[in-house]
Design a protein around this ligand. Structure first.
Ligand SMILES: *Cc1c(COP(=O)(O)O)cnc(C)c1O
Length: 397
């Protein structure tokens, strides 16, 4: 099966049909415990340690990431936090400064208490990464494209630095999914996902995944998954498996629309800047093109100020205004007040997360409807500014 394209392997994999009944959907096994014969314990004993529905998801994601060991967790953060438990007291992590907010919180506010130290760096700057590595550094942690301004990190270059310094490399691959980027093929040791986003794709399940192609790392992570116990329940595993089947066509469609929307926004006078790795003017474009098969379906853009953002989000009717991304419906979010609200303003602005920045995750709406909607919302900003300018002028004169 592995010589088929990714698109086909999403459907025709080891779990094409249930070997017991021939059913073409993986059965949901709700049992928490399993009858055992006294002399031969059997493959499953207790569902925290092993569950056939979870196993179907775990082997499927492992295969799609070209890994050997897959793990499904109760959330992306559960996958990430459990993976951090591979570290020990006294270890040090070099981590990208524009990492996902929950990962920032975990490493900054939790792991710190357990004696695991960290240095945040701009991972687009390889010299900064090399300089941050200490004798006790055990892990380089990447997110590319990053959130929300879509910076690109050269995975292979960071892996090279990691290997030279006896460190592991973890990559949060949530924005790309294995449909577009396979970090294990680029030398990374562990791939992490919030499957809540593109992988499940329908805004109806919270889930996390981790994959490695290293036997020893796989065994350690399996041990930690069972020890921590933040496993994904069987019904949620089934939802993720169902979402996975359409991953390729959802992403294809969404990223094509994202390109159209990004181009429209970039040409609009009310938009000051558009961040999209698909643009040849994006500083990370050549690296991204090398290591990924497409720009993805997330972009961010900058309006004049908070007032412009307020008008735009109140007038735009098609996208939902919410946190999260990677869904069938377009999601517009305001990083300053949502994902990065807990970050001090100075830190935020250093990362380009200004009062005027909006992030858009493009869904499956027709591109024309999205563009028309944004056109009228941006027009409202312009007329409002004209009105305000007029009023200010009258007040002055
Ligand atoms: C959402 C997200 C997470 C956290 O995943 P949850 O499923 O919400 O716990 C981690 N990394 C990235 C890049 C995300 O977008």
């Amino acid at each position: 099966m592995t010589d088929h394209t990714f698109q086909t392997r999403l459907l025709h994999n080891e779990h094409k049909f249930d070997p017991t009944t021939g059913g073409v959907s993986v059965p949901v096994q709700h049992a928490s415990t399993y009858h055992q014969s006294f002399d031969e314990p059997g493959k499953y004993d207790y569902s925290r340690s092993g569950n056939p529905t979870r196993e179907a998801l775990e082997t499927t994601i492992a295969e799609l990431e070209n890994g050997t060991h897959g793990f499904a967790f109760a959330s992306g953060m559960a996958a990430i936090s459990t993976s951090f438990m591979l570290l020990s007291q006294g270890d040090h992590v070099v981590i990208t400064e524009d990492v996902y907010g929950g990962t920032f919180r975990m490493i900054h506010d939790v792991l710190h208490r357990f004696g695991i130290e960290h240095t945040f760096v701009d991972m687009t700057d390889l010299n900064a990464v090399a300089t941050a590595i200490q004798p006790n550094t055990k892990l380089l942690y990447i997110e590319t494209p990053s959130n929300p301004v879509l910076n690109i990190t050269d995975i292979q270059a960071v892996v090279k630095l990691a290997k030279a310094n006896d460190c592991l490399t973890f990559v949060d691959n949530t924005f790309m999914t294995p449909a577009l980027q396979r970090p294990l093929d680029l030398g990374a040791d562990l791939v992490l996902h919030s499957a809540t986003k593109f992988i499940a794709g329908h805004s109806d399940v919270v889930a996390g995944l981790a994959v490695t192609n290293d036997q020893s790392l796989g065994e350690k992570l399996g041990f930690l998954q069972n020890s921590f116990g933040s496993i994904l329940g069987p019904h949620d595993c089934w939802l993720v498996l169902r979402g996975l089947k359409t991953l390729h066509c959802r992403l294809e469609q969404s990223q094509r629309t994202a390109e159209e929307v990004a181009t429209f926004l970039a040409r609009h006078p009310a938009v000051e800047q558009v961040y999209f790795p698909g643009f040849s003017t994006h500083p990370g474009h050549p690296t991204h093109r090398y290591q990924a098969e497409g720009p993805g379906a997330v972009l961010s853009f900058q309006l004049k100020d908070e007032e412009a953002v307020r008008t735009f989000t109140q007038r735009a009717e098609v996208p939902v205004f919410a946190v999260s991304l990677g869904a069938v419906e377009s999601i517009l979010s305001y990083p300053k007040a949502m994902s990065h609200a807990s970050m001090p303003q100075e830190e935020r602005e250093k990362r380009g997360i200004t009062d005027g920045l909006l992030r858009l995750s493009v869904g499956l709406e027709h591109p024309k409807d999205l563009i028309e909607d944004f056109k009228q919302a941006l027009h409202s900003i312009q007329t409002r500014h004209l009105f305000l300018d007029g009023r200010v002028k009258r007040e002055i004169t």
